[in-house]
Ligand binder design. Structure first.
Ligand code: ATP
Length: 549
């Protein structure tokens, strides 16, 4: 007897929904194909620089198949001849567009791409995420004769400080000694003019937009600052927004902005503070001769540095502390007179021959502020300098001072200098004292400048938090004498007595031994009290409107 199965499985069978399965599989494959196509498109766009090369290789292979190697030889001869002619007739553009571009491609592929993963891992710049690695992405390499400028995009979870800390490791890993890290673009958008300027400006707005995740690395391949920088040509008319003083390590000319600012130069002894001052005076020389700039010089070291260029100075003191104080107080008086004249009209003074830019140059400011034996004169100097530094910038009365020791107890007015230059220093801590907090961490290794590198220093460029290394031009004594003879300062015009207030002089001590200052406002601003009543003032208090203590 045949037994029937307990469960009839056939009753549970479902026919496979084949159309649905094929549709889903098809859709999935289509999706993968689309992803691959998009990836390829992104790759192709990302490597757009290789397109001409690929096209050239394809055409070359085709031609070789059909005509052999003769056309290639002909093309090579024609290209060589054209290149030679280009090099002969326009060497600059040939170097820029052919030589440097070829070097850039070569170094991008051979030096950077080849070792990128290894160096980034060894320098600790790779992030781990989700079982994989996130590398900084190399976007471009641009070479000059001295530097390689790399642009990279940081992976998420990093900021430029990480690269600043790894700068030395990066430099040595890629076979150089110096690497500078910049968190902002180094070139500003170009100035556009002409009919298509509006269009180019629109393009620039996109191209030069702020890119917080980009970092610029500059590797110094060949240090151009090992050689002495020759004196730069004297500008026919000084441009106070860009006075050329020396050479940057990327071989651009270093220019300083001397409008509405004071300059403090810090450097150990014999490291070239003088060369900064003379380079600055050279860039101002044409203005000095025309009277647009008046330089008042103080050399507390008895004229050892500045007396050699005496002819450039409208006023000069090197032997008498009291006369140095007088000079500074006269500068304050000129500043006050300008303040009265410009009040409510402009916010920054524009130098003219009648109202020139006054630059007070002090070779060793510490000698005036900390080491001066006469305390009364020291107090006058400190007060006058404080006033000049806090109010003079916008009024065209500027101070350029050098010091060996930037500590606050030595240069009490240090923080009032907006522009700072750090030459070779003896102590690590001095770098931040001169250039500001964190400057050393951002790359200003001024304490590591070798003794032989005189005139080399670090500066902050406009709009960039990272310091740049520069070398100031060197002017020998002969050249300074020659410059003083060629660009002598015209005789100083004495201001009319009624238009200019009396210099700030300390009043005699009051009964309790404290110094009290009388108001020294110019005549048109002075009638707070008639002179007869001024005498009746209580000398123990500073009168309203008088000089601050
Ligand atoms: N820019 C420069 N390039 C090459 N050599 C320089 C440069 N500046 C200065 N020197 C050399 O260094 C020496 C000292 O320079 P300088 O007198 O300018 O230094 P300093 O810092 O002003 O010295 P001090 O501390 O005595 O004031 C100079 O005699 C010169 O030989």
């Amino acid at each position: 007897m045949v037994r029937a199965p307990l469960v009839n499985f056939r009753r549970f069978q479902i026919t496979a929904p084949w159309p649905l399965v094929w549709t889903l599989t098809g859709l999935f494959l289509l999706f993968r194909l689309a992803v691959l196509a998009v990836r390829f498109a992104v790759f192709a766009v990302g490597h757009w620089r290789a397109w001409p090369l690929v096209a050239f290789a394809v055409v070359a292979a085709e031609v070789y198949d059909s005509h052999g190697w003769v056309p290639h030889l002909l093309v090579l001869i024609v290209l060589g001849a054209a290149g030679g002619l280009w090099w002969w007739r326009a060497r600059d553009s040939f170097h820029r567009l052919v030589v440097l571009r070829s070097v850039s491609v070569w170094r991008r592929l051979w030096v950077y791409r080849r070792q990128w993963h290894e160096v980034m891992s060894l320098c600790g710049l790779v992030k781990k995420y989700d079982g994989g690695e996130k590398l900084p992405r190399l976007l471009s390499v641009r070479c000059t004769y001295a530097t390689d400028e790399l642009v990279l995009r940081m992976p998420k979870g990093q900021n430029p400080e990480v690269y600043q800390k790894a700068a030395r490791d990066l430099a040595y890993s890629f076979g150089t000694r110096h690497c500078r890290v910049f968190s902002v673009r180094r070139q500003a958008a170009p100035h556009r003019s002409g009919r298509l300027a509006w269009l180019l400006r629109l393009v620039d707005r996109v191209r030069f937009r702020d890119r917080p995740r980009h970092v610029w690395l500059v590797f110094i391949r060949r240090d151009p600052l090992t050689r002495i920088v020759a004196p730069l040509p004297v500008p026919a008319r000084p441009d106070f927004t860009a006075l050329p003083l020396g050479l940057r390590e990327d071989v651009a000319v270093y220019c300083v902005r001397l409008l509405a600012t004071h300059v403090l130069i810090g450097g150990a002894t014999r490291m070239g503070k003088g060369s900064v001052i003379w380079s600055l005076l050279r860039s101002l020389a044409a203005g000095i001769r025309s009277g647009l700039v008046r330089v008042w010089a103080i050399d507390p070291k008895g004229g050892m540095e500045l007396s050699i260029g005496r002819g450039l100075f409208s006023r000069y003191v090197d032997d008498d502390w009291s006369r140095m104080a007088d000079l500074l107080e006269d500068a304050v008086a000129r500043m006050r007179a300008r303040q009265q004249a410009l009040r409510g009209k402009v916010r920054v003074h524009t130098p003219t021959v009648d109202e020139p830019l006054i630059v007070v140059v002090i070779d060793e400011i510490a000698a005036l502020l900390a080491f001066l034996p006469d305390s009364e004169i020291r107090q006058r100097i400190t007060q006058a300098l404080g006033l000049l530094l806090s109010q003079g910038a916008g009024l065209g009365v500027l101070v350029v001072a050098a010091t060996q020791d930037p500590r606050k107890e030595v240069v009490s007015v240090r923080d009032l200098f907006p522009t700072r230059i750090a030459l070779g220093l003896t102590e690590r801590g001095h770098v931040d004292l001169i250039l500001g907090d964190g400057a050393r961490d951002r790359g200003a290794l001024a304490d590591q400048i070798p003794l032989s590198a005189k005139g080399v220093g670090y500066v902050l460029l406009d709009g960039q938090p990272e310091p740049a290394r520069v070398r100031f031009s060197f002017l020998d004594d002969e050249l300074i004498r020659d410059m003083a003879a060629t660009f002598p300062a015209p005789p100083e015009v004495q201001p009319e007595p009624e238009a200019v207030p009396a210099p700030v002089k300390p009043s005699p001590t009051s009964g309790n031994g404290r110094h009290v200052y009388r108001p020294t406002l110019p005549k048109q601003a002075a009638p707070l009290l008639p002179p007869s009543l001024l005498n009746a003032l209580d000398l123990n208090t500073t009168p309203n409107g008088g000089e601050p203590r």
